[in-house]
Design a protein around this ligand. Structure first.
Ligand code: SF4
Ligand code: SF4
Length: 335
C-alpha cells in the first residue's frame, strides 16, 4: 500500500529533484558571475571563489578533453570538472537510462515547465505529424555526428593538445557567461523562437535538437535498466502511452529500449495496476522498490562528482593571475 502511494508520488519527487538541481545550478551561475565581476571591476567587487561546477556548461570542450584523455592518458588540468561531470553523466546514462535529461538537466526542467505552461494556456500540447516528427528527431543525431566527426574522428592528439592549451579553452567558461550576459539580437530571437516552440510542443529542444541528449540516449540503449511491462497482468488501458512525454508506445512494448526514453517514470506513475509497469533489470521477477530508481540517479551523480573531487580532478590549475589576464582578454578571444 505504502509502495503504491509512493509510486503515485514519484512525479512529485522528480519535480523536487529537478527544481532543487536548477536552483543549485543558478546559484553556481551567480557565484561565477560574482567571481568574474571581481576581476572586471579591477578588484572593487569582493572576491568570490570560482565554483568548478560551472564547467558543466562546457560539454563540447569536455568531449575534446575526453578524447585527449583516451589518447594521451592525461586528464585536462584546465577544466577537469568539465570532464568529471561529462563522465558522470555518461555513466549515469549507462546504468539509469537517459535520466540526466528528465531528473537533473536544467534545460530539460525548463523545457518541461514550458510545455506544462503551454498546456495550461492553450488547453493542450500540439503534436507534429509523425512523418515530420521522425525527420526532425534525426536532426539531433546529425548534430551529434557533426561533433563526433570534428572532435572524436578528425582531431589528432596534437590538435587536441593545442586546443586544450589555448587561451580560448582556458576562457571558455568566461565566454559562456558572456553568452548569457551579453546576448546578441540573433541569440535573443533564436531563444525566443525555441521558447515559443517549447510552449507548444513537449520538450521541443530535447526531442529534436539536443546532441548531448542524443548521445546519452545511444549510451542508455545498452544499459540493463528499462521500463518493463508485465504483459500477463496489463489491462491494455493505454494510460502509460498517453502519459509518456516522449510519445513511446509503452502499452505495446514488453521493455522500452528506445534512446528517447528519459527514465522519467511518468508511465509507471500513471499505470493503475500494481507492479505491472516498472523500471527493472532483465529477468527480475519481483518488483523493484519504487524509491530505487530516484535514489540510483541521485547517488550515481553524487558519487561521480565526489570521486572527481576526492581524486583531485575538480579544481582548475588556473591561478588568480591567470584569471586577471583571461577575463581582460575574453571579449577578444575566438577559436
Ligand atoms: S517510457 Fe516511461 S520512463 Fe520512458 S520517457 Fe516514456 S514515460 Fe518516461
Ligand atoms: S497503464 Fe499499465 S495497465 Fe494500462 S496499458 Fe500501460 S502498462 Fe498496461
Amino acid at each position: 500500500m505504502a509502495e503504491a502511494k509512493y509510486r503515485g508520488r514519484v512525479g512529485t519527487v522528480r519535480l523536487f529533484v529537478q527544481w532543487g538541481f536548477l536552483v543549485w545550478v543558478i546559484f553556481i551561475g551567480i557565484r561565477f558571475g560574482m567571481f568574474v565581476r571581481h576581476f572586471e571591476s579591477g578588484g572593487a567587487f569582493p572576491f568570490v571563489a570560482r565554483p568548478p561546477g560551472v564547467e558543466g556548461f562546457l560539454p563540447i570542450g569536455a568531449l575534446t578533453s575526453f578524447k585527449y584523455w583516451l589518447v594521451s592518458g592525461e586528464f585536462d588540468p584546465m577544466h577537469p570538472a568539465a570532464l568529471v561531470i561529462f563522465l558522470t553523466i555518461v555513466f549515469m546514462s549507462l546504468i539509469a537510462r537517459k535520466s540526466f535529461c528528465s531528473w537533473l538537466c536544467p534545460v530539460g526542467t525548463l523545457s518541461e515547465a514550458a510545455w506544462k505552461l503551454g498546456k495550461r494556456f492553450f488547453g493542450r500540447n500540439f503534436q507534429i505529424w509523425s512523418w515530420l516528427d521522425m525527420i526532425l528527431r534525426g536532426l539531433k543525431y546529425l548534430l551529434l555526428l557533426f561533433f563526433v566527426k570534428i572532435i572524436l574522428i578528425d582531431m589528432t592528439a596534437t590538435a587536441l593538445a593545442e586546443f586544450l592549451a589555448a587561451p580560448y579553452w582556458a576562457a571558455s567558461d568566461i565566454k559562456m557567461l558572456r553568452f548569457f550576459t551579453h546576448m546578441s539580437m540573433t541569440t535573443v530571437v533564436i531563444l525566443g523562437i525555441l521558447t515559443g516552440l517549447s510552449l507548444l510542443y513537449k520538450n521541443f529542444w530535447c526531442r529534436y535538437l539536443c546532441p548531448y541528449g542524443a548521445f546519452l540516449g545511444l549510451v542508455s540503449f545498452i544499459g540493463p535498466l528499462k521500463v518493463r511491462r508485465n504483459t500477463d497482468q496489463c489491462t491494455g488501458c493505454q494510460r502509460c502511452s498517453a502519459a509518456c512525454p516522449s510519445r513511446l508506445p509503452v502499452h505495446t512494448s514488453e521493455a522500452i529500449s528506445s534512446p528517447e526514453c528519459t527514465g522519467c517514470l511518468t508511465c509507471v506513475e500513471n499505470c493503475p495496476e500494481p507492479n505491472v509497469l516498472q523500471m527493472s533489470p532483465p529477468l527480475r521477477k519481483q518488483a523493484m522498490p519504487a524509491w530505487f530508481f530516484p535514489c540510483l540517479v541521485i547517488i550515481t551523480f553524487a558519487v561521480g562528482i565526489g570521486a572527481g573531487m576526492i581524486s583531485g580532478h575538480w579544481n582548475s590549475v588556473l591561478t588568480y593571475a591567470d584569471y586577471q589576464r583571461l577575463i581582460a582578454l575574453a571579449p577578444q578571444l575566438s577559436h
